[in-house]
Design a protein around this ligand. Sequence first.
Ligand SMILES: *[C@@H]1O[C@H](CO)[C@@H](O)[C@H](O)[C@H]1NC(C)=O
Ligand SMILES: *[C@@H]1O[C@H](CO)[C@@H](O)[C@H](O)[C@H]1NC(C)=O
Ligand SMILES: *[C@@H]1O[C@H](CO)[C@@H](O)[C@H](O)[C@H]1NC(C)=O
Length: 633
Amino acid sequence: MDERRERERERSKLANDCKLSIGVVNNCRIIPSPLNESMIFILLLFSLLLPLSLSAVTEPSVCDQFEKEFKRIVDQHKDSGFPNSPCRCFDSEKGDGLWIGCTGKSMPLVFDSLKAMPEDKHTDVNKLHVWDSSANIVPKEFLQSFHPSSLIIERSGVSLIRQGTFLPVAFRLRTLALPVNQMKEIDPVLFSELQRLEKLDLSRNKLSALTQYSLSTMKDVTELNLGDNVISSIEDSSFVFLPKLRKLILGGNKIASITKRVYLLPATFKGLSNLEELDLSRNEIRSIDLDAFSDMKQLKWLDLGTNRLSALELRGLTSLQRLLLNNNSIDALKKISLRDLPALNTLSLDRNMLTTLKENDFFELSTSPLLTNLAIAANNISYISPGAFEPIGSSLKVLSLQNNELKSLSLNGRPWMAPLRKLERVLLSGNSINMLKDNELPYSLKHLALDHNKLQKIDVAAFEALRLSHLYLNNNHLHHLPKGTFDPLTNDTLQVIDISFNDWQCLCGEEWLGDWLRENSDKDIAIPRKNGCLSSKSCEVPEAKDDEEHSAWITCIAGILAAVSVLILLVIAWLFMEEGKPPRSLPPNKAYKARGVDSDRLRLINAEHASATAGDELVKRNGSTRKVRFDEK
Ligand SMILES: *[C@@H]1O[C@H](CO)[C@@H](O)[C@H](O)[C@H]1NC(C)=O
Ligand SMILES: *[C@@H]1O[C@H](CO)[C@@H](O)[C@H](O)[C@H]1NC(C)=O
Ligand SMILES: *[C@@H]1O[C@H](CO)[C@@H](O)[C@H](O)[C@H]1NC(C)=O
């Protein structure tokens, strides 16, 4: 009975294999069945032949035809030593249709391959992507037989595209990307051929200047990337012919100044009335005049990070949500005037030279009632006046102050966080704070990062009435906490607490913290090791009886027994690892409370923006370039 089932199973497996690999019909053995052998044979044969016959009827795919042509071209060029075709055809699974990718060969062969395409199939190809090919000059015939809507030529040394090249795709091409090439200028005649162009990427080329003329023929372009060129001069009114532009990237250039509009005189950004995103980061801008951006009523996102700004005045950008001024040379907030920015929600001043935050420094930001994120990390702030945050106290939710020189959370007994009535998250890692006193934290606080400071003392009521979900106190100088300090934290809200890397000392009768940790944290984590005596119950170890004399042979036997048990343990450990299981798994329902996850601490500006080029203190999740000081050695 068992044998029959076994055979039945093998047969059905074989049948499946055969069905799958149409080409290897001969490999399929038929296993004789005691029952209706012939019937199964017929069924099998049928199931094998059906797909075969079907595939004979359907014609080869468009991609197959292309591939065949590519191969033919390569055969013609056999002598020139190209064993493979430079181009391949891909059928995108995302529903974008066919696309052709060419790489690794000199351009003439790429051109020849593309020119030889079967005429009637061209419209099926949506994208043409050429990379790492050496193409100094793109010839006029390049797009003669292909009419993609998206063309990308990158890292191919392109310095010139002949006029007329785009005529065949005049009404089809919507995306043109030429990143990492050698283009020195933008030829307006060439671009005037593209009637439907929406996205243009000329980043990482050699462009050095923009004139009104050079961008005069891109009337439908909505996204323009000119980042990482060497642009040092932008003629006034250069963008006046791009009324639909929504995103403009000029980061990583050598722009030194942005001119303003004086009455009817033109200005750098005149006419960009639909612009939503402007990236001017990594330039050499020292000053921006009032009104420089005043046409941009739709501007939501302005990145002025990594420039040389020491002062700035912005007015009336009614849509601006995010303003980045990180890594500039701002040494006093009174030189920054940000007024009537009613939509502003994120402001980064990371990596400047601020030393104090004084009483009226944020006064003008009271006209930004939506400001929730403020980042002032990596400055040199040692003084914060107790009233400094008052003007933004009713909106701010996230405050980043890590890597400064703060020594205390209050000044003259007045806590400077007190005005921040909505504050949920404060990052104070990497300062020199040595004490956490009662009433220094706003009640709204949920996330407190005080790691990598110099904390020696925490008052017993410091966390009272708080509903913290994340608390980082690791890498401080704490040696003891008064009993009850963590009582407010035992609520359900607590998710993460990290008290590792301190100088914990355990006095008998004062071991509550160790007990608290054991109750409240999962034991299956590395932290006990780093918490020193907190993880051992030293006070409960009974005193050993010292009178008893051990004779030599008892010691010997004990030694042998110990060795044997070590061996057994090793074997068990080995078996355990062989199992391939994680050493210990977490109990399913136990909240994972004690491990400090770096990303919990490092997040600066809310996640919604985290992918952007953003404030440099903003830490990318898998970022290898972590610039903040508070990760463990
Ligand atoms: C800050 O700006 C300097 C130049 O001013 C640059 O070298 C440095 O890389 C920038 N730092 C960051 C983190 O962007
Ligand atoms: C930070 O500010 C203090 C004065 O508050 C000054 O002595 C120190 O040199 C500054 N450090 C840096 C790196 O600018
Ligand atoms: C614990 O949190 C709940 C809400 O999640 C709250 O109602 C309760 O009062 C809290 N208990 C303590 C002891 O704080």
